[in-house]
Design a binder for this molecule. Structure first.
Ligand code: SF4
Length: 691
């Protein structure tokens, strides 16, 4: 098929033990990634109301045409299906980087679709067109952690078969190319709702509990190794685009400029970690295939490799407390362990904070209301975190309850109402943990999450918090005046008018038409450019740059530049936004069939009752327009106003063209994005919104 596409999608029926192909052309109109995944799920998942653990759940693992090419920071995977982590369970998504998408494309596949459930533990070995379902017990994989599973597969793949694997190898040695493997650990095997998919050392698709879904399908791992090419439409244009982007906008390692906050396209090759790096352990940057810089590290002592963000610091404060203010390798050991066991770090991090609070209150402990046997007197030690993580992964004792996720665990122990009202269990939306960008301050993050399916975890606008807040915390000058900063963002938010009021985080701004537009723009942008084209969240969107003369960023020129060089589509940024809106509409149709209704769209109680106290690291400053001026002002101390939230929902549904009384898609809107057949299905199910 060419132009970035391998041309076919692998379809695996685990129940029958058979494989077949889908022509990628059938789904070409969706671009790739999430768009294709949603469309395939729509077509192949006959009953969309089933549990995620049901064998009939359809899981898609999709790349994009950019994967495996020189398009920067875009070789990623989008994973979709009915998740088991949220309450209720429904169609959701997760995402990972690394090199799996690239290797899958090199093997000739744009994606993989999983259906059914194997009768015994199975793993899938893909070697170009050869696809074999292998016995995960006989091959010694079942029961292993994620690192040992990959190691075992690499050791199995030696030069003892026909074909290109023999190149440069001999019997008893590993294959010339190292396969890319996605696997589950013990947590997934035990069908945990907090089970993650892990690839290499630190690439995790953890949201949605897809590790547990694989466990229910008896699927331990997928290994892929490929030796084919990926054709692109205009190789010279792609190469030149990459070179000029690097020169004009990318990091210059000799003169790094983007010193603090969320680095974007110009980000330095430094680990995205949230605690001071050890100075006595050697490290070097590590990147996903095609990345223009890198955000991860490998350490000479092998602990915590390739981890980023939350897993790098979730045990940091406990470690500091236990070691009289010093950090120790236990922090990276904890990150290592969470990857090895294949657990969703957000769940066990927030869960641990909650449990520790209950322990201090005398509520958690052996024989207490929250009956849990943990060595609390060693909290902060390596022994403690080992015991806790193993308990969750192996479902031992109270771990059996925790493996259902903290929301359901709180329900089980009769703590849910009280602890979500007080915010001790700060799970904000859909039974999922709050992310650190609180809906009471960074409103669009909350609106996007509660009006969608999960914590959005897309950081395109977070520098509106990080840049001013870090400047205030450290008493350094503002990086850019508030009005100029929001203008840089607004003028890049095509196809909307460049209205800075979309970025007003005053209390009135939270409930304004501008914030609703920001929420919708973000959902449309991410559905295509981030989740379907699969540009990395660490690098895109790029609204400002420390490298350009006017300090404007790479968005909206950058996204279509690489897309068009690879695909030859001639797509504009706005075309991509429109496709994102189409995908967003299809997703809402799926949720509607699964039971979504406007009345369900509510936060946890504490967000309405407990004033926001600030970020983990300090007070929260954001750009606000008050008394006729833009400035960075404190946005803490707020709660969500219930009535004004209803106004936001109404405005959002109106903007999207959905029924304001139900939130369901309307025929007019669906037909407007060429989804008339979806409207027919909704109508037959009695779930089509009124015009
Ligand atoms: S910025 Fe980090 S996560 Fe993103 S593509 Fe680069 S290495 Fe991967």
């Amino acid at each position: 098929m060419g132009n970035g596409y391998a041309g076919k999608i692998l379809r695996v029926d685990l129940t029958a033990g058979t494989v077949s192909e889908i022509e990628t052309e059938q789904y070409r109109e969706w671009g790739g990634g999430h768009g294709m995944g949603s469309a395939i799920f729509w077509d192949l998942c006959a009953d969309k109301t089933i549990s995620g653990f049901d064998p009939a759940n359809v899981i898609t693992i999709m790349s994009s045409p950019l994967a495996g090419t020189l398009a920067p920071s875009a070789s990623r995977l989008e994973i979709q299906g009915i998740g088991v982590q949220s309450t209720p369970e429904w169609f959701t998504r997760s995402n990972m980087g690394g090199r799996f998408a690239t290797m899958m494309k090199f093997a000739g596949w744009d994606g993989i679709v999983l259906e059914g459930a194997a009768s015994k533990p199975t793993w899938i070995e893909i070697e170009n067109d050869r696809v074999v379902l292998r016995d995960a017990e006989t091959d010694g994989l079942w029961g292993l952690d994620t690192y040992d599973t990959q190691e075992r597969i690499w050791n199995l793949q030696v030069a003892n078969s026909d074909g290109w694997r023999e190149i440069g190898t001999k019997s008893g040695e590993r294959a010339a190319l190292q396969s890319a493997v996605i696997t589950i650990g013990p947590s997934g095997e035990k069908k945990s709702r907090v089970g993650a998919l892990i690839h290499d050392a630190g690439n995790a698709a953890a949201q949605g509990g897809f590790g547990g879904v694989w466990g229910a399908k008896n699927l331990k791992a997928i290994s892929v190794i490929g030796s084919k090419d990926i054709d692109v439409a205009d190789a010279a244009a792609l190469l030149n685009a990459r070179f000029s982007a690097r020169e004009d906008l990318g990091v210059n390692v000799d003169e790094p400029k983007d010193g603090f906050g969320w680095a974007r396209f110009s980000g330095n090759p430094s680990p995205a970690v949230m605690y001071p790096m050890p100075t006595d352990v050697g490290s070097r940057p590590q990147a996903c295939q095609s990345c223009i810089s890198s955000c991860r590290a490998r350490f000479s002592d092998g602990l915590g490799n390739e981890s980023s963000c939350e897993e790098t610091y979730f045990y940091f404060f406990a470690d500091m407390m236990y070691n009289q203010g010093q950090t120790t390798p236990t922090v990276r050991y904890s990150a290592e362990m969470v990857q090895r066991l294949g657990i969703n770090v957000y769940e066990i991090d927030h869960g641990l904070n909650w449990l520790y609070h209950l322990y201090q209150e005398g509520i958690a402990g052996v024989g207490k209301q929250v009956d849990i046997d943990l060595p609390w007197d060693t909290y902060g030690s390596r022994e403690f975190i080992e015991t806790y993580q193993r308990m969750v992964a192996d479902r031992e004792g109270a771990g059996d309850i925790l493996a259902e996720g903290m929301w359901r665990a709180a329900e089980h122990w009769g703590r849910l109402e009280e602890d979500t009202a007080s915010g001790v269990l700060h799970y904000s939306y859909w039974g999922l943990p709050e992310h650190g960008y609180d809906p009471r301050a960074e409103a669009y993050w909350g609106w996007g999450s509660i009006l969608g399916d999960r914590d959005i975890n897309e950081h395109d606008f977070n520098n509106l918090f990080w840049k001013p807040s870090i400047a205030k915390w450290y008493g350094i000058p503002s990086w850019m005046e508030a009005e100029e900063f929001v203008t840089k963002f607004a003028e890049r938010m095509l196809p909307f008018d460049p209205d800075p009021m979309m970025l007003d985080f005053s209390e009135d701004g939270m409930y304004s038409e501008g914030q609703v537009k920001l929420t919708a723009w973000h959902r449309h942008y991410t559905r295509f450019w981030k989740e379907s084209a699969l540009y990395c969240d660490y690098r895109f969107a790029d609204f400002y740059s420390p490298k350009t003369e006017d300090r404007g960023g790479f968005t909206p020129e950058g996204e279509p530049l690489f897309w068009n060089a690879v695909t030859g589509d001639g797509m504009s940024f706005t075309d991509g936004m429109e496709l994102g809106r189409r995908i967003w509409n299809l997703d809402n149709a799926i949720w509607t069939i699964q039971g979504r209704h406007r009345d369900m769209v509510k936060y946890s109680e504490y967000l309405y009752e407990v004033p926001y106290g600030g970020h983990l690291y300090g007070p929260y400053w954001m750009p606000t327009f008050e008394d006729g001026t833009w400035d960075y002002r404190l946005v803490t101390g707020r709660v969500i106003d219930r009535e004004r939230m209803e106004d936001v929902k109404t405005m959002f549904y109106e903007l999207e063209g959905w029924d304001v009384s139900t939130g369901w898609p309307t025929r007019e809107t669906l037909e407007g994005v060429d989804l008339g057949h979806v409207a027919d299905t909704l109508e037959a199910a009695g779930k089509l919104g009124g015009e």
